[in-house]
Each structure stands twice: as C-alpha cells, then as structure tokens.
Design a protein. Structure first.
Ligand SMILES: [Zn+2]
Length: 133
C-alpha cells in the first residue's frame, strides 16, 4: 500500500494502460447526477463482493470496462482484480481484505474520481475559453 497517494498517482500516470482510462460522457453525467458521496456508497457495495472477499470466482474478469464510474476508477488505479491489487498495491490474493486495506482501496478510488472530475472540469473550461478567442 502506498502511504503517500501522490506517489501512487505518479506511477499510474506513467502507465500507458492505466492512464488511458477516463470517465466518458455517460459515466460523467451519472457521477454529477449522484454526487461523490453516493458514488462512494456504491463503491463500498460493489467492491465488497467483487474485490474485498477472499474468493472471487471470476477474478480478473469481474470489472466491466464501462458503465459505472467506480469500474473505470478501479481500472485506472490497479484495483480491478486481485492480481492487479497484488501487483500495484502489495495486497496479497487468497484472503479477504482487512478493514484498513478496504479503507485504503476506497480512498484510492475516491482520490481518482476527484482528480478525474476536476481535470475534466478544467478541460471543459479551457475548451470553452479557446472557443471565445
Ligand atoms: Zn486487474
């Protein structure tokens, strides 16, 4: 686990694959409609059975590439399956996550969503500004 999430996000930015994930229009409007707190409630529910449990029958294939903002955040942060969680965050497979590890994963997902939606907002503003020129 990264004690400094900035370090994690630097590493993720250096990964072509991880940094290719972004919220698209549908996920973004869903995010705006629900708000971060509700999305994080969903994250807790979704991750409980899909990532936090000791045994995940379809591990490696359990996280869709679209639809829910949390799924996108998981791919973007190496929290999509237990192999990636082990590789990126050093949390071993084959056992349930501890409460502390669960909090950590949720914090990572939350941080990505905050950064992503802030970046998208900035992008929108700069596009709007350039149209005014
Ligand atoms: Zn994975």
């Amino acid at each position: 686990m990264f004690s400094d999430l900035n370090q994690l996000f630097e590493r993720l930015a250096a990964s072509k694959f991880r940094s290719s994930f972004h919220l698209r229009r549908r996920e973004l409007s869903y995010f705006k409609e629900k708000g971060l707190d509700t999305i994080m409630e969903h994250a807790k529910d979704l991750l409980q059975t899909r990532l936090f449990a000791a045994e995940i029958p379809n591990d490696g294939k359990q996280t869709p590439m679209k639809n829910h903002p949390v799924f996108i955040a998981q791919h973007a942060t190496g929290c999509c399956c237990r192999s990636c969680l082990e590789k990126w965050h050093g949390i071993p497979k084959g056992r349930a996550l501890t409460a502390e590890e669960q909090q950590y994963v949720l914090a990572v997902v939350r941080q990505w969503l905050v950064r992503e939606t802030e970046n998208q907002q900035k992008l929108k503003i700069s596009i709007a500004n350039s149209k005014n020129l």
